[in-house]
Ligand binder design. Structure first.
Ligand code: NAG
Ligand code: NAG
Ligand code: NAG
Ligand code: NAG
Ligand code: NAG
Ligand code: NAG
Ligand code: NAG
Ligand code: NAG
Ligand code: NAG
Ligand code: NAG
Ligand code: NAG
Length: 789
């Protein structure tokens, strides 16, 4: 203190201090009254010490603003700005509260630079108070009822949403609370981006740039926003959307008051949840949106679907085609997709389920919170402009009804985290199910196809599979299938599984993988191997099957020692089982399926030696009365392929019958058709069997140790049926239902004609003899499809 000051001076100073103290704001208080002024350099602090309000200059700017920041955060973080558009250029600003309840920012000449709006109602003694929630309010000094705030900063946020704020609409006051980004870190003036809770249709949060939609979170589904799977129950904050006739808003609350976390819109248009870490004295980003290219609003156009795991990312929803195919190929997806079969509402449309998606834009939607999904479907069916429906709320197993009255836009693939939607389709798209050539059809996005088919196939987690197979240990490898290795695994619940892992490099495999999932997931029969689920994660595509204890039939049948355990009743049981499984594929399942690669190594055996057909990678479905097709790409395995298929690419259920016949003869004889040799002739197993049959010596075909069994008529009947199945002409071969009857019956069988491919030395083993127009397919086949297991 200046030594010149005497007692008199000091007491005068004290007097002056007492006179003027009512005009100055001490830093220990949280309110400003009409008789007080907050000067540049002074601050007020909320009651609990969490927030501080005063003048500041952002970044490199020298402008002065009135703002609000965290008191306890060492990196000054401004969460609200009063005069964001009207900066002061010097430090002469004064913040005051004036009658009838206005907050004003004035310069030293008492010229108002910034002010709140004239309030709806007035207070006798208005004061401004900084609450510990971070809400800066103007109220009557004697009224603490938060409903009676004359003004509050929570209604006029800048770029930050604090706990307790309501982002959205109050329809009573017609006030929207939304975030708007700063222009830059140096300038808090409103930038390009705004973030809203949009109540039109059904509520969803949206990010706009210059008023134009850039990104949306997807509709609220009771648990989270449909498009933000990462928004989960967590230890930091709870969140929700409130929808009633007066208000629609998004809000969050902190679960632990000592945690500092905020939701902020950055100048570059990124909405982030950021949390303060005391230990490192820094902010960390907890959640960010938008997250990837697929979050770009409408990127793939109407009925397009964006999958970030794909290249290119855009595809059409299943059963839709690009509206402008040329544009589509140039990555101009803006025109989107159209139904490949137009709707005909008067004819009655159907609805197809698509799963695993971020629900489309709900701007033009309608909802009812109490309807069931069934009622929802009825309402949608009745109104021709209703394009889709889904559950509104998935939190309690699914309820409520959401309807779309416009073309669907902004769909994103989210796999297991996504939702179901039912989209209006021409009824012919769903007729007979099998007519939809989903197996074998090339669709540009694999995972998308799988999720969008009407399947209920469990998805396994990669970590679960890794654990079950001991990290795909070589010790657990069962063999190498057509498109990758197969591993044995043990799930934690004790179930044994077989995991087919698509090799990453196998492009061919990708289609076959998809094919197999789609085909087999729809099939249920005790003679078909059961698919338990699949795993599509981190570039891995895997199929999970029930494990077959006794592995594949070839390992026993062609093993000199093990084969002795296969007495005739077991062999016949296997033959019958295969026949029944195949009959189911051909005509009893909802689909008509041609397996195309039936062989002994694709017959698996369970612990009771029940046969199960596996490996549907090459299968093809057919609809209605369609029974076959022509292909330029012959696939299958030598030795089991019918002549019309191997040579002309024509395949039908009768090509499977041929393969079945080969299998029967192999089971009876214990010899492989391919590679069969005999000292007397150059015929293969089929030719050999036929010659013996013609000469009435069929019993010579059978494994010697079976010869004494007392089932000889059954053995002979099986050989006869086998030969009927491998006849040269497809029309001569019996159907699988006849085969099942013939095997079980004592009735008279027709004479078998000459088999196809009965000489071992024809094109099967000699590629040069193949005529040129099919040579390519044969080459392809030998490269990609001969399986070694
Ligand atoms: C401070 O700036 C305000 C406007 O920003 C102006 O009205 C006032 O005259 C300035 N005062 C000084 C001392 O420069
Ligand atoms: C500004 O207003 C205050 C009262 O709020 C008054 O005391 C002061 O004289 C005024 N100053 C000028 C320059 O008018
Ligand atoms: C504002 O005033 C209008 C009538 O002028 C009244 O209907 C409304 O309830 C008032 N709002 C508040 C929040 O008091
Ligand atoms: C709240 O967070 C603090 C700091 O992170 C922690 O020490 C405390 O245990 C938490 N309290 C509860 C109830 O979780
Ligand atoms: C729609 O279906 C009705 C009834 O089957 C038929 O008469 C009409 O021609 C169809 N319209 C179109 C555009 O296909
Ligand atoms: C919603 O559906 C329920 C049940 O069908 C019905 O009672 C109710 O009136 C519907 N509400 C609206 C707003 O349509
Ligand atoms: C179908 O729904 C739309 C939108 O709700 C409505 O405008 C239209 O009148 C409805 N049409 C019929 C036939 O109910
Ligand atoms: C499996 O691999 C992961 C990551 O490579 C490793 O952390 C883990 O210890 C491995 N587990 C076993 C059983 O080898
Ligand atoms: C088939 O599996 C059962 C049960 O694991 C086993 O007892 C049997 O020996 C196996 N049969 C053959 C032929 O391997
Ligand atoms: C099935 O056959 C019927 C008559 O034989 C024919 O009218 C119909 O078009 C066929 N359907 C298919 C899908 O081939
Ligand atoms: C396949 O092609 C042959 C000969 O070109 C033809 O006779 C047959 O009808 C075709 N089959 C199918 C199912 O298209």
């Amino acid at each position: 203190m200046n030594p010149k000051f005497n007692k008199y001076h000091i007491s005068l100073l004290l007097l002056m201090a007492s006179l003027f103290s009512s005009h100055r704001v001490s830093s220990a208080i949280d309110t400003i009254s009409t008789t007080q002024i907050l000067k540049d350099g002074e601050t007020i602090i909320s009651n609990g010490g969490r927030f501080e309000l005063g003048f500041f200059s952002p970044g490199n700017s020298r402008n002065q603003y009135v703002g609000l920041w965290y008191k306890t955060v060492t990196v000054r973080t401004v969460i609200w700005v009063a005069n964001r558009e009207i900066p002061l250029t010097n430090t002469s600003g004064l913040l005051k509260v004036i009658e009838p309840g206005l907050l004003v920012l004035q310069d030293e000449a008492n010229v108002t630079i910034w002010s709140t709006h004239t309030p709806n109602f007035t207070a006798r003694t208005p004061v401004a108070q900084l609450l510990d929630s971070g809400n800066f309010v103007v109220k009557d000094a004697n009224d603490d009822n938060s409903d009676n705030f004359i003004w509050e900063s929570f209604n006029y946020p800048t770029d930050t949403l604090l706990p307790g704020m309501k982002l959205g609409w109050n329809f009573v006051t017609n006030l929207e609370v939304y975030l708007s980004s700063w222009k830059s870190n140096d300038d808090p003036a409103p930038g390009d981006y705004t973030y809203h809770c949009d109540p039109s249709g059904y509520p969803q949060n949206v990010l706009r740039k210059g008023g134009v939609e850039q990104y949306r979170t997807g509709p609220w589904n009771g648990l989270r926003f449909s498009g933000i799977p990462n928004l989960r129950k967590n230890p930091i904050f709870s969140f929700g959307v409130v929808i009633n006739k007066n208000e629609v808003y998004y809000h969050y609350e902190l679960l632990n008051n000592s945690v500092i976390s905020r939701f902020t819109l950055s100048p570059s248009g990124v909405a982030q949840r950021i949390t303060w870490i005391d230990r490192t004295q820094g902010w960390v980003v907890y959640l960010t949106s938008p997250t990837d290219n697929c979050d770009n609003y409408r990127l793939c156009g109407v009925y397009g679907s964006c999958d970030i795991a794909n290249s290119p990312v855009c595809g059409c929803l299943n059963k839709f085609l690009p509206k402008d195919p040329e544009g589509w190929d140039r990555a101009d997806w803006s025109d989107g997709c159209v139904r490949r079969k137009p709707l005909n509402c008067s004819n009655g449309d159907a609805f197809l389920k698509y799963s695993g998606i971020k629900l489309p834009d709900t701007q033009h939607s309608w909802y009812n919170e109490s309807m069931t999904l069934k009622e929802c479907k009825e309402i949608c069916s009745r109104n021709c402009s209703c394009m889709a429906y889904s559950n509104l709320d998935i939190s309690k197993g699914g309820n409520g009804c959401l309807l779309w009255f416009d073309d669907l836009v902004d769909i994103k693939e989210l796999s297991a985290e996504g939702q179901d939607i039912y989209v209006r389709m021409a009824s012919s798209e769903l007729e007979g199910r099998g007519l939809i050539v989903s197996c074998g059809e090339t669709v540009n996005s694999m995972s998308y196809t799988i999720h969008n088919e009407d399947l209920e196939l469990p998805l396994f987690d990669l970590s679960t599979i890794s654990k079950a197979t001991d990290n795909f240990s070589i010790n657990n490898k069962l063999g190498e299938g057509g498109f990758g290795p197969v591993y044995k695994g043990l799930l934690e619940d004790g179930r044994e599984i077989a995991v087919k892992r698509l090799s990453r490099t196998s492009l061919q495999g990708a289609n076959e993988f998809k094919n197999e999932v789609i085909c087999i997931a729809k099939l249920q029969h005790r003679n078909l191997v059961k698919l338990l689920g699949c795993c599509i994660q981190e570039e891995e595509n895997m199929l999970v099957y029930e494990y077959m204890t006794n592995k594949s039939l070839d390992l026993i049948l062609f093993d000199p020692i093990k084969s002795t355990q296969l007495d005739w009743p077991k062999r016949f049981h296997i033959i019958i089982g295969i026949a029944r499984g195949l009959m189911y594929l051909h005509q009893d399942s909802r689909l008509r399926i041609i397996h195309r690669d039936l062989k002994v190594s694709n017959i698996l055996l369970d612990s009771d030696m029940n046969p199960k057909i596996s490996d549907f990678g090459l299968a093809r479905t057919f609809g209605g009365n369609e029974t076959g097709a022509n292909t330029s790409r012959v696939v299958g395995t030598y030795g089991y392929m019918s002549p019309e298929y191997a040579i002309d690419g024509q395949y039908s259920v009768k090509s499977d019958v041929f393969s079945f016949g080969v299998i029967v003869l192999e089971i009876v004889s214990g010899r492989r058709n391919r590679g069969f040799t005999h000292r007397d002739h150059h015929l293969n197993l089929l030719g050999h069997a036929w010659i013996l049959y013609r000469e009435g010596r069929s019993l010579e075909l059978i494994e010697s140790f079976l010869g004494n069994s007392c089932y000889l008529s059954e053995v002979l009947r099986s050989i006869h049926v086998g030969l009927l199945c491998v006849q040269q002409h497809p029309e001569d071969r019996p159907s699988m239902s006849s085969v099942v009857l013939m095997l079980g019956n004592e009735g008279v069988l027709p004479q078998a004609k000459q088999p196809g491919f009965f000489t071992g030395r024809d094109l099967m083993n000699d590629e040069t003899s193949v005529s040129s127009n099919v040579a390519t397919s044969i080459n392809e086949m030998s490269i990609t499809l001969l399986e070694g297991r």
